[in-house]
Each structure stands twice: as C-alpha cells, then as structure tokens.
Write a protein that binds this ligand. Structure first.
Ligand code: SF4
Length: 137
C-alpha cells in the first residue's frame, strides 16, 4: 500500500536509509510510463541518499548477508546486527532437526569460507556442540 502523504513516504524511505530529494508535477510531455490501472502519476518524487544513513540500513538488511554464506546456512537465523540469539540456536539443537549441527558442528561455521581447512573433525565438533547444548537447555 502506498504511503498517503509526504510525511508517510519520508518515514517509509527512512527505514531504508533513503530520503526525498524533491519532486515535480508531471505533464503529458514527460511521457511517463503507464501506471497499473492506467492511473496518472500525481507527483514524481526523487529519492536518494544523504550521508551514511543508507549504510546503517543496509547493515541491518538481509542483503548484508550476500557473500557471507555462513549467515544463510543456519536454519534458525539467529544472527542480527551485533547480536546472536543463543536460545534460538539451543532450542534448535534440542530438536531432531538439529541433528546435523549436533553431529557435525554448526552449519554456519561449516559454511564459512575462511580457514575451511582448519575446521574441526566431526567427532571434535560433536563434542563441543554437546557441551554447548547441555549448557543451554
Ligand atoms: S549450531 Fe546450528 S542452529 Fe546453532 S547457530 Fe549453528 S547452524 Fe544455527
């Protein structure tokens, strides 16, 4: 649903680190593309970024995980900006679905391309996963 006012539009854009840079009332000479339901555009808004606000929004978005397969590998997605949801991870480990993590090690760690040759062997990883799960039951 489209924001109903300039203030609402500014608020919706601010969430993404963007802002209004201006706008104009279009005429037929502007040859704008046809909108759904053949409605005419009342105002054309210019949207852009100012300063570093877009980077703060980006760091909290799902797109931040591009190029970081570890963040996508975990089935419970416990990773937030500067945080790690330990109870969500531990809850998963105590379920049958958590067997892969328990037996072979954290899927996120196994997906990390950094120092892949230095990963724990499955038995070693299982030892640590068992200790972690017991500590957080
Ligand atoms: S152990 Fe499993 S549930 Fe916990 S963070 Fe790693 S991949 Fe996610």
């Amino acid at each position: 649903m489209m924001p109903a006012s300039r203030t609402a539009l500014e608020g919706a854009l601010a969430v993404h680190g963007l802002c209004l840079r201006g706008g104009w009332l279009p005429t037929a000479d502007d040859a704008l593309p046809v909108l759904p339901a053949r409605a005419a555009a009342a105002v054309v808004w210019m949207v852009g970024q100012v300063g570093s606000a877009c980077w703060r929004a980006f760091s909290g978005s799902r797109f931040f995980a591009d190029g970081q397969p570890c963040l996508q590998a975990c089935p419970v997605q416990p990773f937030g900006p500067g945080s790690y949801d330990v109870p969500a991870c531990a809850d998963h480990l105590h379920r049958p679905e958590g067997a892969q993590c328990m037996q072979h090690g954290c899927l996120a760690r196994r997906a990390c391309p950094v120092a892949a040759a230095l990963r724990y062997e499955p038995a070693h990883a299982a030892f640590h996963m068992k200790a972690f799960a017991q500590r957080h039951c």
